[in-house]
Write a protein that binds this ligand. Structure first.
Ligand SMILES: NC(=O)C1=CN([C@@H]2O[C@H](COP(=O)(O)OP(=O)(O)OC[C@H]3O[C@@H](n4cnc5c(N)ncnc54)[C@H](OP(=O)(O)O)[C@@H]3O)[C@@H](O)[C@H]2O)C=CC1
Ligand SMILES: O=C(O)[C@@H]1CCC=N1
Length: 281
């Protein structure tokens, strides 16, 4: 199967993540007539029409047929209901961005012949600065993988993992990852206030330091450990702070925190799988 020259992409769900992907696809060369969204909330639907000039229907059943790809962009707990009644073309891609919902669960709610690919994007996708982990089962056509990659590359970088269970770790590292940096910035802001700075000044210093450090990492030429070493003068202030953080066990604290996130991702997968099975009685 080769990719159509102008694939039609239908989004099931028109919320935060779908909006960022639609914007990214249009910026990357897709035309409005190639994109469709199913969104039941009338206000969100109208906002999408006005902002992007695309077709927005109330339900996925109205837009699935004829699409090369369906992007499944509803909340995990809404997914099975959202897939009911869809009639995608045989050979179409069903690209899920939902946390925790496994491929077997998605397949159970979709017609046979649809190629399911799973991904875990993150909220910087809203600004084209995302990183998305993707997984496709063995036997997925190369053209299908290429279409999935092209869709998510519109919101930032992509990387492919070897096993579906790796997506639990991807969710822990990068799916939930922005929140770790936001929490760290909150803690630095509060520590600045404890040192006597006004909340406004401390907030500005902490936020701009986060942005500046991110830009240095984004420059891409130097490893983060080397960037840290460049700030750490011998016996200086940075060394004093880092020694305190290492002594407090910062690294094992993060190892434990990310394991908790990955465990929760796996639990969600189990819960959604159980919920999708027809009840015995
Ligand atoms: N936001 C994040 O940080 C990240 C989110 N994700 C994943 O992306 C997915 C979407 O997240 P996000 O965009 O934040 O969620 P949103 O709630 O912003 O968007 C989902 C949209 O789908 C709508 N919807 C609900 N049921 C249906 C249906 N049957 N058919 C069509 N649309 C429907 C919802 O409407 P209504 O509100 O009326 O229910 C809502 O507008 C989730 O599965 C999440 O796990 C992945 C990585 C990061
Ligand atoms: O917290 C969550 O479950 C979702 C998935 C990754 C980011 N937010």
């Amino acid at each position: 199967m080769s990719l159509p020259a102008s694939p039609i992409v239908a989004f099931i769900g028109g919320g935060n993540m779908a909006t960022s992907l639609v914007g990214g696809l249009l910026a990357s060369g897709f035309t409005p007539d190639q994109l469709r969204v199913a969104e039941p909330d009338a206000g969100k639907a109208q906002a999408l029409r006005e902002r992007f000039g695309i077709v927005v229907a109330a339900s996925g059943a109205e837009i699935a047929a004829g699409a090369s790809a369906l992007v499944l962009a509803v909340k995990p707990q809404q997914m099975i209901a959202a897939l009911a009644g869809l009639a995608p073309d045989a050979g179409a891609l069903a690209l899920s961005i939902a946390a925790g919902v496994r491929i077997d669960t998605l397949r159970s709610a979709l017609p046979a012949g649809v190629h399911v690919v799973r991904s875990m994007p993150n909220t910087p996708s809203l600004y084209g600065a995302g990183i998305t982990g993707l997984y496709a089962p063995a036997g997925t056509p190369e053209a299908t993988r290429a279409l999935a990659d092209r869709i998510l590359a519109a919101a930032g970088q992509t990387c492919w993992v070897e096993k579906e269970s790796d997506l639990d770790a991807v969710t822990a590292v990068s799916g939930s990852g922005p929140a770790y940096f936001f929490l760290l910035t909150e803690a630095i802001r509060e520590a600045g206030v404890a040192l006597g700075l006004s909340p406004e000044v401390s907030a500005q210093l902490a936020a701009r330091t986060l942005v500046g450090a991110a830009k240095m990492v984004d420059a891409g030429s130097t490893d983060v450990a080397e960037l840290r070493a460049q700030v750490t003068s011998k016996g200086g202030t940075t060394f004093a702070a880092l020694q305190s953080l290492e002594k407090a066990g910062l690294r094992p604290i993060f190892t434990e925190a990310l394991r908790a996130a990955a465990d929760r991702s796996r639990e969600l997968g189990d819960e959604f799988a159980a919920a999708s099975r027809p009840s015995i009685n």
